[in-house]
Design a binder for this molecule. Structure first.
Ligand code: AKG
Ligand code: FE2
Length: 330
């Protein structure tokens, strides 16, 4: 997670969406109602099956030669054509997946005053609240977030590590090695008007996402200009390529735009772990991905600067990556 911007950001009053839901307003406050062009297509209106590739991790590490070969081909296609895949048989202990989810739910169910002991200061990314809000007139996401930078150790802010529920901090430590974000999307009486999380690509190299058990379908990815829902598979993890890998592979592997939508009756929880380079790393397309037919699409840059740019801009599709794009004249 990136350095904190120096200037204070004026964001106005941000309603806590769980409190809003509990208060059962008859209309959705204007700050959450999206412009027509941004309103979501809800899961019910989309096809119920999605073709997002499923990778069997046990085949990759324990399969015979043919299985390894075919699974690797599948993985390559997933990264090139989808930027997203789900991993099954990943060997991560189910008890760990279950306990992080249970503790995250317990955390979000704490009284507001308790959660507000760990506030996410506007313009920063760690703590409890809403990230990526930079102005008073910006539309808000229907989501409460809690995020922590985990590794390297110096990015930790000890004041933001909760003492309740018991074992929360220890379990986060065990679960994530870089930075973790927990997203809590309360049910919304008008899911057609709001977005759980605005469209964006991830500023990380690779993202691992755990969808809460029994949660509604909420994650959608943009494929061929259509929003495709990611159907949760029990105990599977969703993996997606972030901006760093798109740059390193000179655009061969795609950091795909995605968003979250809300549900009329069901709450939804997602646990997201971001793996990213250190801030001091300089990066650009690797030479083996650049040749005459694949000219260099991104300039070299410092990852710390990119991270700063990412966290100080509003989430807006793939716009953050313009930072590194080389614009060729037509
Ligand atoms: O909740 C989800 O499914 C999406 C979360 C996400 O994209 C993020 O936190 O970057
Ligand atoms: Fe994301």
């Amino acid at each position: 997670m990136a350095p904190v911007p120096l200037s204070p950001v004026k964001v106005g009053h941000i309603d806590d969406v769980q409190e809003l839901r509990n208060a059962k307003p008859t209309t959705i406050p204007e700050r959450f109602v999206r412009d027509m062009t941004e309103r979501p297509t809800l899961a019910t209106a989309l096809s119920s099956t999605s073709d997002i590739p499923v990778i069997d991790f046990s085949k990759l590490i324990k399969g015979d030669k043919d299985e390894v070969h075919s699974e690797i081909l599948k993985l390559g296609i997933a990264c090139e054509e989808w930027g997203f895949f789900q991993v099954i048989n990943h060997d991560i202990e189910l008890s760990l997946l279950e306990s992080i989810e249970k503790l995250a739910k317990e955390f979000f169910m704490l009284p507001l005053e308790e959660k507000q002991k760990y506030p996410m200061i506007p313009g920063t990314l760690q703590g409890y609240g809403q990230a990526f809000v930079f102005s008073e007139d910006q539309k808000l996401d229907w989501c409460n977030m809690f995020a922590l930078g985990v590794e390297p150790h110096y990015i930790r802010n000890p004041k933001l590590w909760p003492t309740k529920p018991a074992m929360f901090s220890e379990t986060v430590e065990l679960y994530s090695k870089e930075a973790i974000r927990m997203n809590y999307y309360p049910a919304c009486s008008r899911p057609d008007l709001v977005l759980g999380l605005s469209p964006h690509s991830d500023g990380s190299a690779l993202t691992v996402l755990q969808q809460g058990r029994g949660s509604s379908v909420g994650l959608q990815i943009l494929k061929d200009n259509t929003w495709v829902p990611v159907q949760p598979i029990p105990n599977a993890l969703v993996i997606n390529i972030g901006d760093t890998l798109e740059v390193l592979s000179n655009g061969k592997y795609k950091s795909v735009e995605h968003r979250a939508v809300t549900h009329k009756e069901k709450d939804r929880l997602s646990l997201v772990t971001f793996y990213a380079p250190s801030y001091e790393i300089e990066l650009g397309p690797m030479p083996e991905f650049v040749d005459e037919s694949n000219p260099c699409k991104y300039r070299r840059y410092n990852h710390g600067e990119y991270s700063k740019h990412y966290v100080t801009s509003k989430l807006q599709g793939k716009k953050a990556l313009d930072f590194a794009k080389i614009h060729t004249k037509i």
